[in-house]
Write a protein that binds this ligand. Structure first.
Ligand SMILES: *Cc1c(COP(=O)(O)O)cnc(C)c1O
Length: 423
């Protein structure tokens, strides 16, 4: 019989850390990864044959669950026609039309292969368009592994940053300014000092990479106003939020129009797809129409486009409110269970995403708040959930996601497993 631990040992010999993306190694929760053989609906199955309810969903993309028939069919049909042309295909046009129709702030869009590529390209475009170099990002927001975004705060926040990892030269992050999420005063101070040097502000309109953290006190509105006043661009990184909470971008629910928007995850239906788009007058600066270079051999890949189109077509018919209610109910019941166990938690939830912080804090509104979570308890919780058949992200600073494939049996089972948890 196949065994995840054996496969992991073998993988470690030829793949750094045994994984192709670090968090999957489950190191931060003191565990090792499960090798997954298949997924269907709300469940994944390991090589050993264990079944788990999946609340990771490939870190967000699979909002229809695993192997949704509409996507499987679309992909089969597409791949039979050839897997890549390096020339325009109708699928690109179709997905671009669906995105621009669903998100009015995106008048023009370009496809790429990942969320990282989307943010990297959007920032290059913002710099090329404004002819300025500095960028503002928020502590705890993640925008992929782009060099100048892998920065951490220097001696104080709202100052220039230092590299977040070896391999990123100081020179590359010296133009990256870091501010705490929801810190509107920090934003105002920064713009007072450097307003006319800032090319763009990039932000997750709902943060999902320090756990789920909501924008507060007109944070996004103030970002919109101050960027406009200073003639710099506002970039919404909607790689998680795009099509997660309704059919479109979260920007429309907040009634704020950024200059550029980055997408990924859901729009690819489980395939490597990203996109960035926005105002025509800005997007026109991209090559070949403009002079800001950006390219990709597999960008707009016909198979990936077919998956994205099938995913969005199916999502159009889905009842997002019901999914939100389902998730809210799950979260309320989890909260009750922890209350009875006298384990303090603060659960941030919005729509079909949530994070359980093991903290006394009444409000988790930025990365410092998030870091008060007791990661030892979380690690135990992760291992407990997994052992009893519920897959959650192997890090406390991530979102748990539900999908349209999750039903009340999954909910009951998940609650039963939480109920059995003890510290
Ligand atoms: C996942 C994510 C990215 C990076 O996307 P990849 O496809 O992993 O490169 C960027 N921004 C946000 C908000 C994300 O959650």
């Amino acid at each position: 019989m196949k065994d995840s631990k054996v496969l992991y040992e073998r993988a470690k010999r030829i793949i750094p850390g045994g994984v192709n993306s670090p968090v999957r190694a489950c190191g931060s929760v003191g565990s090792t990864p499960l090798f997954i053989k298949k997924g269907k609906g709300s469940k994944i199955y390991t090589v050993e044959g264990y079944e788990l309810i999946d609340l990771v969903l490939s870190w967000g993309p699979l909002i229809l669950g695993h192997a949704h028939p509409s996507i499987v069919d679309a992909v089969k049909n597409a791949v039979e026609q050839g897997s890549s042309f390096g020339a325009p295909c109708e699928g690109e046009l179709q997905l671009a039309q669906m995105i621009t129709q669903a998100i009015p702030g995106i008048e023009m869009v370009r496809m790429v292969n990942s969320g990282t590529e989307a943010t990297m390209s959007a920032i290059r475009l913002a710099r090329g368009y404004t002819k300025r170099n500095k960028i503002v990002k928020f502590v705890g927001c993640y925008h992929g592994h782009v060099d100048h975004l892998l920065a951490q705060a220097g001696s104080g926040v709202a100052t220039f940053s230092i590299p977040g990892t070896p391999g990123v030269p100081e020179d590359i992050v010296k133009n990256t300014i870091l501010i705490n999420y929801n810190d509107t005063d920090g934003v105002k101070d920064t713009f007072k000092k450097y307003g006319d040097e800032i090319a763009c502000v990039i932000v997750e309109p709902i943060a999902g990479n320090m756990g789920l953290v909501m924008p507060e006190n007109d944070f996004l509105k103030i970002l919109r106003e101050i960027t406009e006043e200073n003639q710099c661009l506002l970039i919404f990184d909607e790689v998680i939020t795009g099509f997660r909470f309704h059919y479109g971008g979260i920007q429309d629910l907040f009634d704020i129009r950024p200059d550029l928007t980055c997408l990924g995850k859901i729009i690819g239906g489980g395939f490597p797809v990203g996109a960035f788009g926005g105002k025509k007058k800005i997007m026109k600066h991209l090559a070949p129409e403009g002079d800001v270079y950006q390219a990709g051999t597999l960008s707009g890949n016909p198979v990936a486009m077919a998956a994205g189109v099938a995913q969005l077509n199916t999502l159009k018919e889905m009842n997002y409110n019901a999914l939100s209610e389902y998730t809210k109910h799950l979260v309320q019941e989890i909260k009750k269970i922890f209350q009875k166990k006298h384990i303090p938690v603060k659960i941030n939830q919005f729509g079909s995403a949530f994070t359980i912080f093991f903290t006394d804090k009444q409000n988790v509104a930025n990365f410092n708040d998030a870091k008060t979570t007791n990661t030892d308890i979380f690690s135990k919780f992760y291992i407990h959930m997994r052992k009893l058949g519920v897959n959650i992200p192997p890090s406390n600073f991530e979102c748990l996601f539900t999908s349209f494939a999750h039903d009340f049996k999954d909910l009951e089972k998940t609650l039963e497993v939480v109920q059995k948890f003890s510290i």
